[in-house]
Design a protein. Structure first.
Length: 183
């Protein structure tokens, strides 16, 4: 049976922090739902109401477009080993880029990963679990290094060119906010 809370309980915080992969879902008011898998050492639980993750340069920037438009975000964590459990965090997210004063406080929480683009802070409004009984048990897991290797092989100018070509507009034509007067 699933449980619900308004804040992240300590045992659920420990579960979140132990996961090697998590998923981020966002949606514009009118358009496609986006669901992105995330990994590496990019997630931090700040307290019972706030979670942040470091977003790396990738193929698109849908999450930024949706958060800029309406802030809605759901994060999902699934136990791929141990006891079955699925946990979701629901709330409003904020986009934090290097020009945001919070960048200087939050960025040092994460390792120096190449291609770091922005940080998302989820202000948690509710927490819910479900059984996770249908999730597979994964016996061996390793982190992929393709994204880090790709970004490491790019100069800052090449990463910026990639972002300008691929991360400025969502697949629904929404601005990601990447190019603006205040960035």
């Amino acid at each position: 049976m699933g449980l619900r809370w308004k804040t992240i309980p300590d045992d659920m915080r420990a579960f979140i922090e132990a996961q090697k992969v998590f998923f981020v879902a966002t949606s514009p008011h009118d358009g496609r739902v986006n669901l992105s898998p995330k990994g590496l050492d990019t997630l931090r639980v700040l307290d019972e109401r706030r979670v942040v993750y470091l977003d790396l340069t990738g193929s698109g920037n849908e999450t930024a477009a949706h958060v800029t438009e309406n802030g809605r975000m759901t994060m999902m964590f699934c136990a791929l080993s141990g006891d079955p459990l699925t946990l979701r965090l629901y709330g409003k997210a904020e986009l934090i880029r290097p020009d945001n004063p919070d960048w200087e406080t939050l960025r040092p929480l994460f390792p120096d990963l190449p291609g770091a683009r922005q940080i998302f802070r989820l202000n948690v409004e509710s927490v819910a679990t479900s059984c996770g009984w249908s999730m597979p048990v994964v016996t061996a897991m390793r982190e992929r290094d393709e994204l880090v290797n790709w970004a490491s092989g790019q100069s800052p100018d090449q990463i910026e060119a990639y972002r300008l070509a691929n991360n400025v507009v969502s697949i629904d034509g929404l601005s990601t906010g990447y190019v603006s007067d205040d960035f």
